[in-house]
Design a protein around this ligand. Sequence first.
Ligand SMILES: NC(=O)c1ccc[n+]([C@@H]2O[C@H](COP(=O)([O-])OP(=O)(O)OC[C@H]3O[C@@H](n4cnc5c(N)ncnc54)[C@H](O)[C@@H]3O)[C@@H](O)[C@H]2O)c1
Length: 363
Amino acid sequence: MNRIRLGMVGGGQGAFIGAVHRMAARLDDRFDLVAGALSSNAARAQASADEIGLSRSYSDYRDMALAEAAREDGIQAVSIVTPNNMHLPMAKAFLEAGIHVICDKPMTATLAEAEELVQIAAGSKALFVLTHTYAGYHMVREARRLVAEGALGKIRMVHVEYVQDWLSEPVTGKQADWRVDPAQSGGGAIGDIGSHAAHLARYTSGLEIEAVAAQLSTFVEGRKVDDDAQMLLRLSGGAKGMLWASQVAPGHENDIRVRVIGDKASVDWCQTRCNELRFAPLGEAPRILTTGGAGFQGQTRVPAGHPEGYLEAFAQIYSDAADAILAGSVPDHLPSLQDGLKGMRFIAASVRSSADDARWTRL
Ligand SMILES: NC(=O)c1ccc[n+]([C@@H]2O[C@H](COP(=O)([O-])OP(=O)(O)OC[C@H]3O[C@@H](n4cnc5c(N)ncnc54)[C@H](O)[C@@H]3O)[C@@H](O)[C@H]2O)c1
């Protein structure tokens, strides 16, 4: 199988997620990284490209989109791994050049930008994939499959949390600076990790978040964005839920956990024990499902008992993106443009609700 020629925007020296995307894209041998505009600073873009042996380096993403679209051997897809406010202009440039976009979350900085992006994508033959990493874990997919096949019965409750501590104090640095600047991030914890939590709740339960009663707080004095978000959820089909996203909870690293509870059984998954899924039918002893279990139907790279983790989950998103590009459409199990739009509606509704004393607010 020919590898897909990939470009990258962002992910230069000192950046975080760009390097993770590069590892993920390589892991299953489906992509070749051949071009990049790795930084907004021309010299750093070139130095970053040299460091990873990338021969085609651009100092501007717009030049890159035009030049790559004009080349016989130009990139077929691009990864966008920059701060949130750049996602829309960058995705626009590449979609309009007919190049598939693999973009990190949240989809944009504002809901209006997300709506504009949906219009732009409708006018392009190129696909858009959103990298909600947690949808790539095999045990998250197993939870989704069990819910979909009715093993839990009717879903009553969905509880999800994504809790960190790295912004507990007034931190500065590359990753922190743009995240606490509303112009670049669009918002705080609610957008940065609340978007992941909301997607995970929808992805595992198969339900839509219809309304929120949200309390967004800023615990660190002087910070211009929220750093903690707690809320009640109303989901489709009458299910009820809770979501907590925090970046100021000392002792919590990347504690993401989801519990889906039906009238017959529940499932419980957390990233710190990501190779296990707790499945507990009513009146029976709980079972810890693993990839070696008789019922397991997902994809893994290594035999049962060898753990897979964050990088493999990310690689799964990339493998699925490669399949989508070859098939010409984004399948249901892969986070999409519509998921990105729903994520931005969720963020906007949470902000509105919180500003109105946590009043119930429809998405
Ligand atoms: N899926 C996940 O689990 C996950 C995890 C972390 C971050 N993210 C998302 O990834 C994105 C980047 O986050 P990060 O933590 O890697 O940020 P970062 O600050 O570490 O890196 C951002 C990079 O973008 C570059 N950049 C900025 N403007 C640019 C431009 N005009 N042209 C080219 N490059 C430009 C910067 O130079 C830097 O290299 C954000 O949208 C964030 O929300 C997703």
